[in-house]
Design a protein around this ligand. Structure first.
Ligand SMILES: Cc1cc2nc3c(=O)[nH]c(=O)nc-3n(C[C@H](O)[C@H](O)[C@H](O)COP(=O)(O)O)c2cc1C
Length: 329
């Protein structure tokens, strides 16, 4: 399939793996890229710029295809060494960066000078337009369904994607709630040029995370996520577990007096325990509603091949058939 996104990134299929903390290691990024999509290493999971340089080198050994690096700009007082991370990306010859969190404007000149394509993840049309105005090459439009941080506007993709299509000139991918061929074809119909998946790629053979996490995703339904940190305007969609329940109790009890310090036990530094050690109640962890559509743990290649062949059938048989007056399959 050829879209403005496959052309922009030099990939075979319009499928991107979103950056994921303690999931987006070289193994997953390489597997997605080898399967014809765009794999993405999560920059900040690497403790230093040097570690990121090593991770990029490791990924390069596992694939000759293009892959990207995610740079998440966090609202922290002690900012990570972003200039150092960007040097590692440039020196490592990476040609795609997925930015997220905050406006990436101050870092764009260096990335652009190095010939790097930037796709910025946004949860609203206004942020997408801003990304376009500052010179991003594409956006990833992340609907309310998404795992991770859906923003505070709560607009789901059935509305957000066509709204983005009405306003944007640069290409965009649909993100949040994407799992299969139906997601891809619907996204294309709504004006996107591809899709970005997070939760779905966690439940793959190559995702270098504990089996408990993969099993929890397969076992979960679309009713099993919760929104936490709403009172802090830092909303995160996470899987329901003991830590989530505890955190929500604190939110209820403290109301608008809630401070980040009150929930440190549930949110700070918990990812390695969950993703690597499989301690499922060690804290809250991002997971999308799309868990309800995930029933297996395929390889990335099996997953992407299945999506592309079913998308073909969906378009050529079901949709084309409807137009031809045949009864839908
Ligand atoms: C476990 C997990 C960790 C994530 N970590 C990050 C991150 O560090 N930076 C980021 O930009 N997005 C992060 N995301 C968001 C994903 O990149 C992607 O936008 C999101 O998962 C899309 O929604 P979906 O899960 O419904 O596919 C994370 C998502 C998950 C599930």
């Amino acid at each position: 399939m050829k879209t403005r996104i496959t052309e922009l990134f030099g990939i075979e299929h319009p499928i991107i793996q979103g950056g994921m903390h303690f999931v987006g290691f070289a193994e997953l990024a390489a597997a997605v890229s080898n399967a014809g999509g765009l794999g993405v290493i999560t920059g900040l999971t690497q403790k230093s710029a040097k570690d990121l340089a090593n991770e990029i080198a490791r990924c390069r050994k596992m694939t000759s295809k293009p892959f990207g690096v995610n740079l998440t700009f966090l609202p922290t007082v002690n900012a990570p060494d972003y200039p150092g991370y960007i040097s590692a990306i440039i020196d490592g010859g990476v040609k795609v960066v997925e930015t997220a969190g905050r406006n990436p404007e101050q870092h764009l000149p260096r990335l652009k000078e190095a010939g790097i394509k930037v796709i910025h993840k946004c949860t609203s049309v206004r942020h997408s337009l801003k990304a376009e105005a500052i010179g991003c090459d594409a956006v990833s439009v992340d609907g309310f369904e998404c795992g991770g941080h859906p923003g505070e506007d709560d607009v789901p993709n059935m509305i957000l994607l066509p709204r983005a299509a009405d306003e944007l000139k640069i290409p965009f991918v649909a993100s949040g709630g994407m799992a299969d061929a139906r997601s891809l074809v619907a996204s294309l119909a709504m004006g996107a040029e591809g899709m970005n998946m997070g939760t779905r790629f966690m439940a793959t053979k190559e995702a270098p995370i504990h089996e408990n996490v993969k099993r929890a995703i397969v076992a979960a339904s679309e009713l099993d996520t919760r929104l936490v940190m709403r009172p802090l305007r830092n909303t995160e969609r996470v899987l329901k577990n003991a830590a989530t329940e505890r955190l929500l109790e604190k939110e209820k009890a403290l109301g608008s007096a809630l401070k980040f310090q009150d929930i440190i036990a549930e949110v700070a530094g918990v990812y390695p325990k969950i993703m690597l050690d499989g301690e499922m109640d060690a804290g809250v962890w991002s997971c999308g509603m799309v868990a309800g559509l995930i029933h297996d743990i395929p390889t990335c290649k099996e997953l992407i091949d299945r999506i592309m062949s079913e998308a073909d059938a969906l378009i050529r048989q079901r949709l084309e058939g409807m137009l031809g007056g045949r009864r839908a399959a």
